[in-house]
Design a protein around this ligand. Sequence first.
Ligand code: ADP
Ligand code: ADP
Length: 239
Amino acid sequence: MSLLNVEGLSKFYDGETKVLNDINFEIKSGEFVSVIGPSGAGKSTLLRCINRLVDINEGKVLFDGLDVASMKKKELRKLRTNIGMIFQHYNLVPRLTVIENVLHGRFGYKSTLQGVLGMFTEKEKEQAFHLLEKLGIAEHAYKRCDQLSGGQQQRVGICRALIQEPKLILCDEPIASLDPNSSKVIMDYLQSISSEMGITCIVNLHQVEVAKEYASRIIGLRKGEVVFDGASQFLYNEQ
Ligand code: ADP
Ligand code: ADP
C-alpha cells in the first residue's frame, strides 16, 4: 500500500521559475528512498512540500490517502506528527539538554512553556532515554546539546524524530556537515530504523555513492525534474 503519492507537483517561490516541475512518484510503506541531485535541484523544496512547510502551487501530495495541500491547522499538526524531520544543521535547541531536545519532539508545547524536565512524566522520560540508548548516546542525556559533536547532535535529531512515532522520516542532507566516520554511523542508524522499525525514509543526499550504498531506490532530481527513478543498481555514477 502506498504511503505517499506525489502527482503533478509543481512549486515556484516567486511566481516565475519553477523550482519543481511536474513531479510524480509513489512511495510504499517501509521503503528507503534517496533523493539525489546537485545543489539547487529542488530536493529540499520537495521535502518541504511533503510536510507542507511550504505551500504547494500545483498538483497533489497524498499522505496516507489524504491531500496535504488542502490541510488546515489541526490536520497539519497531525501530519507533522506522522512525519519526522531531520536537518543538515540538526536544528536542536542549544540551551536545552539532550533529553529535553528529544522530549521537545513530541511534547514541544510543554518544554516551550515550562522549559523544565520536571514537566515530563517518568514514562515520557523513560521513552526518551530508551531512544538515546538505542542511538548510543544515553551517557550524554543531561548535557546541553551544544556540547556534543556534530554526529552526536544528529543522533539527538534522530531520537527527536523517532519519539513522535512517525510513519515517515524526511532527512534533508543529514550527513552534509559530518565527517566520513560520523556519516557512516548516521546512515547505518537511518537504515536500521527503516529495516527494524519499518519506518519509511526519504533521504536527500548529494553524494551518489552514499545513496547507492544505502538506498534500495533512488529518485534523481535535476533542475526541478525527476530524471531517474528506480533501483539503485541501475543508476550510473555520472547521473
Ligand atoms: P536543493 O535542496 O536540491 O539544494 P532547494 O530546494 O534548496 O534545492 O532549492 C531549489 C531552488 O529553489 C534553488 O534555486 C533555490 O535558490 C530556490 N529556493 C529555495 N528556497 C527558496 C525560497 N525560500 N525562496 C526563493 N527561492 C528558493
Ligand atoms: P541548502 O544548501 O540546505 O539547500 P540553501 O543555502 O540553499 O540551503 O538555503 C538556505 C535557506 O535559504 C533555505 O531556507 C532556503 O529555503 C532559503 N533560500 C534558498 N535560496 C533562496 C532564494 N533564492 N531566495 C530566498 N530564499 C532562499
